[in-house]
Design a protein around this ligand. Structure first.
Ligand SMILES: NC(=O)c1ccc[n+]([C@@H]2O[C@H](COP(=O)([O-])OP(=O)(O)OC[C@H]3O[C@@H](n4cnc5c(N)ncnc54)[C@H](OP(=O)(O)O)[C@@H]3O)[C@@H](O)[C@H]2O)c1
Length: 298
């Protein structure tokens, strides 16, 4: 039985891992950022060695895509160099290392699903920092799994569904971008698949894509959620640049999950079904407040 370290313990993926581990009686530690800052290299090494950890799942990340353009050093410290350090400690301890990357390592010019073999070309500091994290981790420790995921949502997390719910409760008109297409992915599927891969008898390390089945624009996804909530206001089509000055998001970044589906003999559920489930779990009560001014954001 493994004793697992989940870094970034307060994040939405980390919380899903903790639920799963508790349910399955798997021993873990899940320190939050204050308890274990992954950029504190010595402390991280001491923590892993002193607690006799035998699997590290790195859920800590700097995910603020726009802010990263101004906080480049911080984005690289967390998403690249801290990941390299974790991989290095895992190598020293002869244990496996799991970390997560993003569809933002691609430039979005492709018209069909991105596979693990496609060339990366990140447009943003965030995407570059995650891409460097991938490269450094693989270089440092051959026993590394990198799972690229997109548009993540999980219970108790800060995510697009929660943002749409807030808009639904406070706005009579909501504008959402049509020019960003990918696939919402449930933390439940990410955890489930990660664990299945880690428990294969013959494990091939390297990069894998995990994404909800189907693809959608942010607008279509938002509209789907709003309709489920019974929203009666106006839903308007916008562009990414209506909400940010940075043109750094891939226009199309649907990840193909075929490699992992074939290995595990599974089909990842559709993003629609996972959102339905999420909204049901949440038992939402929608209030359509009239007279609220429209302030677009995303
Ligand atoms: N969310 C998405 O849509 C998305 C899309 C593509 C890929 N991913 C990747 O999927 C993985 C899981 O993401 P998520 O959605 O669970 O992210 P999340 O909810 O933002 O969680 C990330 C956690 O990392 C913590 N953290 C940040 N810097 C840290 C540090 N130096 N040391 C320790 N902890 C630190 C954060 O704490 P604070 O909140 O206190 O900073 C936060 O609790 C990440 O690798 C992410 O890049 C996510």
């Amino acid at each position: 039985m493994k004793k697992c370290l989940i870094t970034g313990g307060a994040g939405q993926l980390a919380i899903e891992f903790q639920r799963f581990f508790k349910k399955n009686n798997i021993e873990f530690l899940a320190p939050n950022r204050i308890e274990l800052d992954i950029t504190d290299f010595d402390k991280v090494r001491d923590y892993i060695l002193n607690n006799d950890i035998d699997l590290v799942i790195n859920c800590a990340a700097y995910n603020l895509v726009d802010k990263a353009e101004e906080e480049k050093d911080m984005a690289y410290a967390i998403n690249a160099y801290a990941v390299e350090n974790l991989a290095k400690i895992c190598k020293e301890k002869k244990i496996e290392f799991v970390t997560y990357s993003t569809d933002f390592v691609f430039d979005g010019t492709k018209k069909t699903e991105y596979t693990e073999e496609d060339k990366i070309n990140p447009l943003s500091v965030y995407g570059c920092s995650k891409a460097l994290g991938e490269r450094l981790a693989l270089k440092e420790n051959k026993r590394t799994f990198i799972f690229r995921v997109s548009w993540v949502f999980g219970k108790d997390g800060k995510n697009f569904i929660e943002q749409v719910k807030t808009w639904a409760n406070t706005r009579e008109s909501i504008k959402i971008a049509t020019d960003q297409v990918s696939s919402p992915t449930s933390t439940k599927d990410i955890v489930d698949i990660t664990w299945k891969i880690l428990n294969l008898r013959n494990r091939d390390y390297g990069i894998y894509h995990i994404a909800g089945n189907g693809e959608t624009s942010r607008y279509e996804q938002g509209k789907y959620i709003l309709e489920k909530l019974g929203y009666k206001g106006e839903i308007l089509k916008g562009k990414c640049l209506d909400f940010t000055t940075y043109d750094i998001r891939p226009k199309y970044s649907k990840l193909s999950s075929k490699k992992i589906e074939n290995i595990l003999g599974i089909k990842i559920p559709s993003w629609h079904s996972r959102i339905d489930e999420y909204l049901e779990i949440d038992n939402i009560y929608f209030r359509n407040l009239n007279g609220v001014k429209n302030e677009e954001n995303e």
